[in-house]
Design a protein around this ligand. Structure first.
Ligand code: IVH
Length: 677
């Protein structure tokens, strides 16, 4: 081998790494894109002629060769925790008060303060300085192995810079994100090619990172900021600040706005400062993360269920804009709930276009007095789901029209009912095509039977043409039925049939969830499956039997009873069984959801939901609802005029949250249903 070739290859790699670093990490390039491309091409040519000299960390090796079949699961050696949120000055100050109460001493605490990037958390694993593996956060304990895709992100070094001396193993944690201008450009191109736009930069980043074909990821300009480490083995750093500094020395991008400050007052000043800077930043941040700097102090404070006691995420107020309500239409959900939706003149809210907002229900519309034609203030709650905050009444012209919920279902024309105690109007016709379509979509959805390729348009066609009447008919679909359908290629038909076949083997928990029993969300389904072990036992269970299950209340019990007492439902289950659908029986351990293990107490008058609806939402996310506040309560949701529960909560140091915060938590939970392409 010609030693000059080897030397040239090494020199080119060194230069390319250096320029990558200047461009992606320091945001301060020294050469033009064309010059960079020339260097890269020279290296590619040399490596093509001497393939035996290619190394995995060469700058040419950023795109994996073959698309994956699926992502493997990768367990985190140290769980990737989440953060407790604070939404106000009081809650930021209360955070420090809590620390001092826990430490039982008064001291001046040093913090690091960091922008909270609104992207996607990942872990990068370096061994002997080489990037060997990378995973998404997943449920905090295990994520998806996205190594091939992470390697395409040029801000992420394939090998660490050795100046600082690299540990034998390093687990870097940080956020993958998309810049706002790249997000807009990506959506512009997707829309131009007839594809669906991403709702926000975070979903776009998530969708891009979860591509099975890394060549697609490579076309998305993803960026990265490191903010922490996992396993501390062998590191003698001693503080979060030292970690951030070393991450930078190792060649990883670290947000330039990080700081250390003394005391909580200074943290609050920083929160306000970042909120002012926010509109001018090239990427989305949704808050500030405050972390106790010193590792010894962090260790002393420890971890509380799934978040460290030593950190707080201060979340910004959602961004708001003015726009106009063009019309209000009603959507019919899976359980017949009628939801009014406002169609808005499209407007950019915090960098994302908003053209629709849910109005929840009639009470909400009346409370806010929203009329068609009104100028309204919209915001993205939890920064994702847009909502109408209020009407700008001073801009009324007199031509606005009030909205009235229809007294007949807009889809099937059956009379609409509103049960006492419920905020929602419902279509009570179980054969309403809208409900059937939604229940089929739910049946096929990811957490349920997970049938790929059964999109909204196809379900609509199948139901509208009378080809299926319920989800029990799905497995009777054939190529002959599918292929003649509008815009369904033979290939897609075959894929769908294969997906249906594959979905036949499932677990009892998924099957139960798929049935779409009211109040039986993913978590409750898993609890019921784990308790009863098989479908017969559950179907035969009395209300009393059901109530004996931990986490099952009267509502779930009643709903499960009435589902299995309905002959039509039993027939559908038989139909599924006869088509070969089978589920693993026996006890299972329920998956943890974000509210798992969290106990809520409700007090005062809620305006946006009834008590029952709020409960339903909490249960669906794995939480519990108790009647009285105790030391074991995690959150008191306080509506208007809260009574003694509120005082009890204050005394016991239980977190009190308002209805808005609660709605924000729910919205945040529903977030990244990313547009998977
Ligand atoms: S620290 C134990 N720092 O916010 C500490 N998180 O719920 C765990 N995030 O999904 C995270 N910017 O991806 C930390 N500077 C920052 C962050 C940050 C964004 C995200 C993170 C996680 C969520 C926390």
């Amino acid at each position: 081998m010609d030693p000059q070739v080897i030397r040239r290859i090494e020199e080119l790699r060194r230069q390319l790494r250096h320029h990558n670093y200047r461009y992606y990490v320091l945001d301060d390039p020294e050469i033009s894109d064309a010059q960079y491309d020339r260097l890269l091409r020279e290296l590619e040519d040399l490596e093509a002629r001497h393939p035996e000299l290619i190394t995995p960390d060469s700058p040419t090796q950023r795109v994996g060769a073959r698309p994956l079949e699926k992502f493997e699961t990768l367990a985190h050696t140290v769980p990737m925790l989440s953060l407790e949120n604070g939404f106000s000055r009081e809650e930021v100050f209360e955070f420090e008060a809590r620390l001092k109460r826990f430490l039982k001493r008064d001291l001046l605490i040093e913090y690091t303060v960091e922008p909270k990037m609104d992207g996607l958390a990942v872990e990068l694993i370096y061994e002997n300085g080489q990037l060997i593996r990378s995973a998404t956060r997943g449920d905090g304990y295990a994520g998806e192995d996205v190594t091939q895709n992470i390697r395409t992100i040029r801000a992420i070094p394939l090998r660490l810079s050795a100046e600082a001396g690299t540990p034998s193993r390093l687990e870097v944690r940080g956020e993958v994100y998309l810049r706002l201008k790249d997000f807009r450009e990506l959506n512009r191109r997707r829309e131009a090619s007839g594809g669906p736009a991403f709702a926000n930069p975070r979903n776009a980043a998530a969708g891009s990172l979860r591509q099975l074909d890394s060549r697609l990821t490579a076309q998305r300009p993803l960026f990265f900021f490191a903010y922490g480490i996992g396993d501390r083995a062998g590191l003698t750093l001693g503080s979060q600040w030292a970690v951030l500094q070393d991450l930078g020395h190792w060649g990883l991008p670290v947000n330039p706005f990080i700081k250390t400050v003394q005391g909580i007052e200074a943290c609050w000043d920083y929160c306000r400062e970042m909120e002012d800077r926010r509109p001018g930043l090239p990427y989305e941040i949704d808050g500030v993360v405050i972390k106790v700097n010193d590792w010894d102090l962090q260790d002393e404070l420890g971890i509380k269920s799934r978040s460290p006691r030593w950190a707080l995420a201060f979340k910004f107020q959602p961004s708001q804009e003015n726009t106009r309500v063009l019309k209000i239409e009603v959507q019919v959900g899976r359980t017949g709930t009628l939801t009014p939706v406002a169609y808005l003149e499209p407007v950019q809210v915090g960098g994302v276009e908003v053209s629709r907002a849910t109005l929840h229900n009639q009470d909400e519309i009346e409370r806010k007095d929203i009329r068609i034609g009104d100028t309204v203030i919209v915001q993205r709650a939890g920064d994702v789901i847009p909502e109408v905050v209020k009407v700008v009444a001073s801009l009324r012209t007199g031509r606005e029209r009030p909205f009235q919920m229809p007294d007949h279902c807009p889809v099937c024309r059956s009379p609409v009912v509103r049960l006492p105690g419920e905020a929602a109007h419902r279509c009570n016709n179980p054969n309403c095509p809208a409900q059937i379509k939604e229940s089929i979509r739910h049946f096929a959805s990811q957490g349920a039977m997970d049938v790929d390729g059964l999109g909204e348009k196809l379900v609509n066609q199948l139901v509208d043409k009378g080809l299926i009447r319920d989800y029990g008919d799905l497995y009777a679909l054939t190529r002959e039925i599918l292929v003649p359908l509008e815009r369904l290629a033979e290939k897609s038909a075959d894929n769908l049939l294969a997906a249906l076949e594959k979905s036949k083997k499932t677990s009892l928990a998924r099957f139960l969830f798929a049935l779409g029993i009211r109040f039986v969300g993913e978590h409750v389904a898993a609890v019921l499956a784990g308790h009863f072990g098989n479908l017969e036992a559950l179907a035969a269970a009395s209300e009393e039997d059901l109530l004996a299950v931990k986490e099952v209340g009267p509502q779930v019990a009643g709903s499960v009873r009435s589902f299995f007492a309905t002959p039509e439902n039993r027939r559908v289950i038989e139909k599924l069984r006869n088509s070969g659908v089978q589920w693993r029986e026996g006890k299972s351990v329920p998956r943890t959801l974000k509210f798992s293990g969290k106990t809520f107490v409700l007090t005062g008058r809620l305006t946006r939901f009834t008590r029952e609806e709020a409960k339903e939402q909490i249960l669906a996310l794995g939480g519990k609802v108790a009647g009285a506040v105790s030391a074991r309560t995690d959150f008191l949701v306080a509506g208007e005029d809260p009574g003694s529960k509120w005082e009890n909560a204050r005394e016991l140091g239980v977190r009190v949250i308002g209805e808005e915060d609660f709605a924000g938590m729910l919205a945040a939970e529903r977030e990244p249903k990313s547009n998977n392409e």
